[in-house]
Design a protein around this ligand. Sequence first.
Ligand SMILES: [Zn+2]
Length: 597
Amino acid sequence: MPQLPNRNEIDPKYRWDLSHIFPSEEAWEAAFQAVNQRVAEFAALNGHVADDPRRAIRLYFEIQDELMPVADYAFLSREGDNGDPKAQALFERVMGLMVAAGSAASFLEPELLALDESVLREIQADPAMADYDEYIRTLLRQKPHTLSKAEERLLASLGEVTGAPDNIYSMLTTVDLHFEDMELPDGTRQPLTDGTWDAFRESPDREIRRQSFEKIMGGYGAFGTTISGTYSASVKYDCAVAAARHFADALAARMEPLEIPREVYTNLIDVMHESLPILQDYLRLRKQLLGVDELHMYDLYCPLVPDFTMELPYEKAFDLVLEGLKPMGEDYLAKLREARDGGWIDVFPAQGKSSGAFSSGDLRHVHPYVLLNHTDTLDSAFTIAHELGHSMHSFFSNSAQPLPKADYSLFVAEVASTCNEAVMLRHLLKAFPEPKAQAYLLNHFLEQFRTTCFRQTMFAEFELIAHEMAANGEPLTRETLSEAYYKLNQTYYGDSCVVDEWIANEWMRIPHFYRSFYVYVYATGLCAAVSLSDRILTEGEDAVRDYRKFLSAGCSVPPIDALKLAGIDMSSPEPLRKAMEVFRETLEAFKKAVAQC
Ligand SMILES: [Zn+2]
C-alpha cells in the first residue's frame, strides 16, 4: 500500500478549519482556563442546589456551552492526527477537564430530584426558565423511579462493579481472544481478526468464506462459557435495577425514560416477522445468482454484482450528492455547499488520521465538522451524503433551539443520515440506467434492508428473549442462550438458507448487547428514513417543509413527536410496513435488472 500523505501535504481546501472554533492555541488556552474556573464555581454548589435551583440549572448549561468548543477543538485536533504530540496533550487536558466537570455536575440531578415536586413544577412554568422546561419535564418523569438518597448513593458507588460484565467482555474479545490463521489456497497464512474478516467473508472463493466463518465462530465459541457468564450478569443487572426503580421490566426501564412507546419495539419485531417471506425470497435469489445448491450462512456477504465499480473522485462524488439531494430544497443544498467550501470537512486519509467517518455537531456557535476518508468509490459518495445528513440535523436543531433543547435523541440519530442516502439512491437509479449499475445500486439497498432491518431486529428479539428468560428465573447458560439464538436464525432465514450450527455462537461477538435494547434503533431509523424519503420524493414541497420541522426540533419534543412533525408515526406499524413495501419493490426491480445483465 502506498504511504499516506502527511496531513500538512494535503491542500487546505480539503482539510477542516479548526480556527473557526479558536483562532489560536492561546485563545483555546484562555477558554480552557475560563471553563476550569466555572467548573470550580459550580462545584461549590454541591449540597446547596435547593438554595437557588434556577441558578444551578443555568450555570450547568452555561458550562456545557463553554466546554463544548474547548473539548471539540482538542478532540478534532487529535482525530486529524493522532500522532501529533501537541494534539495529544490538548486532548489529555480536556479529558481531565471533562472528568472534573462531570463529577462537579453529578450532584445536580439528585439534588433537583430531592426537591419537592411543586418547586420543580414552578420552575417548569416560569417564563424566565422557558429554555429549561423540557429538561425539568423529563426530570420530573424520573421522580417516581428515583430511590432514596442513601440507595442512590449505594448504587452509584457500585458503578465500577456494575460495569464489569461489559469491561471483562471487552478485554476478553479485544485482547485475549485470537483466531486461527487463515490458510489460503496459495499455501500462505494470514491473520484473522474481526477487522480482517470482512474481506474474507466477501471473498468470491467459497472455501475462504467457509473457513473464515468457522474460525471466527469457533474463536468465540472457545470462550463461550465465559461470554455467557458476562452476558448473563449484564442481563440480570438490567432486570434487578429495573425492579428496584419500579419499572415493569428491563425493556420498560430503557424505553420509558426516553418516552418511546413499548409498541415501537414490539411492532418492529412483528412487522419484520410478517415480512420474512420477502427476505427469504431475496435469499433464494442470492442462492440462484451465486449458483450454489445450498446457501449457507457464510454465503450471505459476498457481493452479487462484483465486477461493477464507479470511479468517483471527491469533487465528482460531491456533485452527485448535491444532484441527488436536490429534492431536499435549495437552502438545504446551499448549506451543503457551505459545508464543502467553508472548512467543515476533512476529506482525505492522512498519516495518523482516524479511520472511518463521523459528523460532530455540538458546536452551536460555529458549525458541524465532518471527518471523511474519501476513496473515490460509490460507498464514499454515500458516506458524504450520510455524514452531511447528521450535520444538517445538528445545524438546523442548533439554529432553531436553545441549548437545553438542541440535542436530538438517539432514537432519531440515524434518521437524517439514512434519509439522505435513500433520497440519493433513488436519484442514482435514474441517473445510471444501465442494467449493471441498476443491479449494483439495488443490491446495495437490499443489503441495507437485510443487515439493518432484519439482522438488527433479530438481535433486538434475542435481547428481549434473554431478559425474559432472566425475569422468569430461567438459567442463562451457553446452551440456553445459543439455543435461543439458533432458533431465531431458523425463524428468520427459514428454508431459504442452511442454518449452520456455528451460527449459534454469533451472539457472542455482538458488543452492543452490553448496552441493552439499543440496536433496534438502527432498524427503526432505517424504516423511518425510507418512509420519509418516499414522502419527500412523492409529495415534494409539503413533505420537505415538514421534514425541516423534524430537523429543527432537537429534543424540544419527545422523539416520536419530532418524527410526527415530518408526517410519520413510529408508534404505529405503518412506516415499518411502508419500508417493507419499498424493500419488496426494490427486490422486484433487482430481479429485472439482473435478468438484463
Ligand atoms: Zn450515522
